[in-house]
Design a protein around this ligand. Structure first.
Ligand code: SAM
Length: 394
């Protein structure tokens, strides 16, 4: 979508076609060819017809990420892909607002995922981006949602952030190469991020952020949403409230754990024998290296010093880990394991693994189970030995 076509979409005529595209989309759901043909009957310009229809499809797709507000917003496919999930952006915005900075500048605002959340949190909001279409889309999104804010085309590295209470950046990242965290190719670049963090700043990065990249005095916060780790956020020393934090977002609300909650911080990790319960810490907790804080919280210890499974004799409900009751220990060797599972009538198996070289999908196929029952199997290492545990979520 070019800037001119997007501008047309915002005119009364464009808005009328967008409304029409919504009706056509609903009437032809699942039939894009039929929808496109019908759309062209009322909009002879094929580019405009396509843009209106694409916009409706993007709005529908965006609801999962941004909630119902997405149905009033505008997107580009890449802009939507890169936008922060609303629950995550709203948490960040609430933290920024709690620091009472007055204003925030978003240095690379894209289509405005974070920008909208900052404005909704009551902050005076400004945004810049290099891409003129994204700037126009972000501006239209603020207007569509009845929010205040100023957006402009500018290079973030040349913006004077002095007049703003907080500077925020969510650099565009090249697709991660394998599992290595790679800051080369970030735009704006990592050197810019480091400089920014010397002031009052917040920077969103990828979950794989290594601890040695966290500037001295800054806070690194790993955030998970509905069980999936979404990002690591750096809070500059002026805004940091701890060194490492895991924030777990769920539909029901938010829970947060920090290094200050960990009695084992700087001490030997508590390792103990298998108890009646097993806990699988949330990914944000693991990334923030707070597994021992979870162990302390459930009055337990680690099953193995280097593996993120916690065990305890007590059952606790905690937002920071999924809990299982340990039913029995099964043989680890595949042949005997298959026999044991068949004897128990288990046909459907959820396989969890940590610290062992097993591909769950491939193992499940090889086991070729046929029984009626369902079970969860945990494969891990205890004191160097492969261990198979039959467990039940509670
Ligand atoms: C990951 S996206 C931001 C997404 C945004 N936080 C959201 O939730 O919608 C990064 C954005 O930074 C912009 N960008 C990259 N380098 C920039 C620069 N030097 N100055 C301004 N914007 C830049 C890109 O065009 C892109 O839109």
């Amino acid at each position: 979508m070019d800037l001119e076509t997007f501008r047309w979409l915002l005119t009364p005529e464009g808005q009328q076609q967008l409304l029409r595209a919504t009706e056509v989309y609903v009437a032809h759901e699942g039939d894009p060819v039929g929808a496109a043909a019908e759309m062209r009957r009322s909009e002879p310009d094929p580019d405009r017809a396509a843009v209106a229809l694409t916009q409706v499809g993007l709005r529908v797709r965006a609801v999962a990420k941004l909630g119902e507000r997405a149905l009033r917003m505008y997107f580009t496919p890449d802009g939507l892909e890169q936008a922060t999930r609303h629950r995550v952006a709203a948490h960040r915005a609430a933290r920024v607002a709690a620091a009472d900075p007055g204003s925030v500048i978003d240095l690379g605002c894209g289509i405005g995922g974070d920008l909208v959340a900052f404005a909704e949190a009551g902050l005076t909001t400004a945004g810049v981006d290099l891409d003129p279409v994204r700037v126009a889309v972000a501006e239209a999104n603020l207007t569509a949602l009845g929010l205040q804010g100023a957006v402009a085309v500018a290079d973030a590295t040349a913006v004077d952030v002095e007049g703003f209470g907080v500077a925020f950046a969510d650099p565009a990242r090249r697709t991660a190469r394998g599992r290595v965290f790679d800051v080369t190719g970030w735009t704006p670049p990592w050197t810019f991020v480091e400089r920014l963090l010397e002031g009052r700043a917040v920077v969103k990065t990828a979950p794989g952020l290594p601890r040695d990249l966290v500037p001295a005095g800054a806070e690194a916060e790993w955030v998970s949403d509905l069980g999936e780790v979404k990002e690591a956020v750096l809070w500059s020393p002026h805004l940091a409230t701890t060194r490492r934090r895991a924030t777990v977002l769920a539909r029901s609300g938010l829970a947060t754990l920090t290094d200050e909650d960990d009695p084992y911080e700087g001490r030997a990790r508590p390792v103990r024998e298998l108890g009646e319960y097993l806990y699988e810490p949330d990914g944000a907790v693991i990334r923030a290296e707070l597994v021992t804080a979870v162990a302390a919280g459930v009055h337990g210890g680690l099953l193995d010093e280097h593996i993120a499974y916690v065990t305890s004799d007590e059952s606790f409900r905690t937002p920071f880990a999924r809990g299982y009751r340990v039913l029995e220990t099964l043989p680890f060797r595949e042949k005997q394991l298959r026999l044991a599972l068949r004897q128990r009538g288990i046909g459907r198996l959820t396989i969890k693994k940590r610290g062992v070289d097993v591909v769950p999908e491939a193992l499940r196929k090889r086991l070729s189970l046929t029984g009626e029952d369902e079970a969860t199997l945990v494969l891990t290492r205890v004191s160097g030995a492969g261990t198979a545990l039959l467990v039940k979520p509670f």
